[in-house]
Write a protein that binds this ligand. Structure first.
Ligand code: ZN
Length: 404
């Protein structure tokens, strides 16, 4: 099935904006992208006047088995495997409806995300492309131990890494420090050591996989960078040395700025445990200052939301982009972080992440011009995964699709 879109503004994901473009694609690749019109035949022709086309967006940090309920440990303790799977599917579909065509799931109990990835890739279910971590690897009693593999010392970490790779993980998620949503751990304190994380990174490299480290405090962040992780998650306290190390090691930052914002906004009144509200309140300002410093220094930034954490709903991706924009990034930089940078951090930038001939047609059409207002990205017209239309709001409504 060939689709042609005429008269459309293309944001190519690499920093370019091109008006009056014609796009032609099928279920293998983008066949043409350039100044229109072209006389090639297509099965479907869409008049793109008033629309903008972007690469499908990538959320580098989600938890599909969580849905924004106030207490994550309660959800996880109450869900059995089947229920966690149903919840994960619904959340994956909310992501897709919001224009997110690829998600990296940064931790699920029971490796439910790995099974969901397989079901989607085999065509049993419809959803975004999933890159799955399965169970995170943490020290005994470490951050999110209630849904993770606990391991201590180089040998046990190596075994845990191999266990996750054997289970089919695409990415190994590790906890380099404590975190805000686990009772009794300090967000600033280091957890897995540099040596331990290095063992997991070595196994990931050997298997052609990537790695992600939850890292809030400076010491743990530096341990993770030196160990060789692909992405630093959150990066709440980044001093100059940490930023320098990220530049030297080509480490990506996935900041998840919307996570603490939502915890603080809704607070204890909404049922979020007091320890979580207090720890997130302390993190908010250093987190944003660190983000600004990293951005100014030229650290590579890929968008992740931590969707699933309290009141941080799947499908509300654009909130993260709005915060990044408020903190000083240009619209083009935000779009590049939301598309190409995510693909590069997943190692699939040759396949997705930009609107270019030969790439897979993971595409998003929105009403209006994001350049004028980044929030325009809420106004979804349609969403394509590998050339197939998965979301079509064109005939039904022009109302934002993410009003869950
Ligand atoms: Zn997370």
């Amino acid at each position: 099935m060939k689709t042609k879109i005429t008269n459309v503004t293309v944001y190519n994901g690499l920093g370019g904006v091109f008006k009056n473009q014609t796009l032609l694609f099928d279920e293998n690749e983008i066949l043409f992208c350039g100044n229109g019109p072209i006389d090639k035949e297509a099965d479907i022709v869409i008049d793109g006047k008033g629309l903008s086309c972007l690469p499908g967006m990538i959320d580098m940090h989600v938890h599909l088995n969580l849905d924004g309920a106030p207490d994550i440990s309660k959800t996880i303790s109450e869900d059995n495997e089947a229920f966690a799977a149903f919840r994960s599917l619904v959340n994956a579909q909310k992501q897709l409806n919001a224009g997110v065509t690829t998600v990296r799931n940064c931790g699920s109990k029971y490796n439910v995300d790995i099974s969901l990835r397989n079901a989607i890739s085999q065509g049993i279910l419809e959803g975004p492309t999933v890159y799955a971590a399965g169970q995170p690897i943490v020290m005994t009693g470490g951050h999110c131990h209630f849904f993770s593999l606990e391991a201590d010392g180089i040998d046990e970490i190596r075994k845990a890494a191999r266990t996750q790779i054997k289970a089919g993980a695409d990415v190994l998620k590790m906890m380099a420090t404590g975190g805000g949503l686990t009772k009794g751990v300090k967000p600033g304190a280091p957890q897995l050591s540099e040596d331990e994380m290095q063992a997991a990174c070595c196994e990931a490299n050997n298997a052609g996989k990537t790695t992600a480290a939850h890292a809030q405090g400076n010491e743990g962040i530096k341990n993770a960078i030196r160990a060789g992780v692909t992405t630093i998650e959150h990066g709440v306290e980044l001093d100059d040395e940490a930023i320098q190390l990220m530049l030297e090691h080509n480490t990506y930052l996935v900041a998840t700025l919307s996570a603490p914002q939502n915890v603080i906004k809704y607070g204890e009144e909404a049922g979020i445990p007091k320890y979580a509200v207090d720890k997130n309140r302390e993190a908010l300002i250093p987190h944003r200052e660190s983000f600004k410093k990293a951005y100014k220094a030229g650290v590579k930034i890929a968008v992740g939301t931590d969707a699933g954490t309290p009141f941080n709903f799947h499908g509300d991706y654009v909130t993260e982009l709005e915060i990044m924009s408020q903190l000083g990034m240009s619209t083009q930089e935000v779009i590049q972080s939301a598309t190409y940078m995510g693909a590069a951090a997943l190692g699939v930038q040759e396949v997705i992440g930009s609107v270019e001939k030969g790439k897979k047609a993971d595409l998003l059409l929105v009403y209006g011009e994001p350049e004028e207002n980044i929030s325009t990205l809420r106004n979804i017209h349609s969403v394509y995964v590998n050339g197939k239309c998965m979301v079509d709001n064109a005939e039904t409504s022009r109302v934002p699709s993410n009003s869950y």
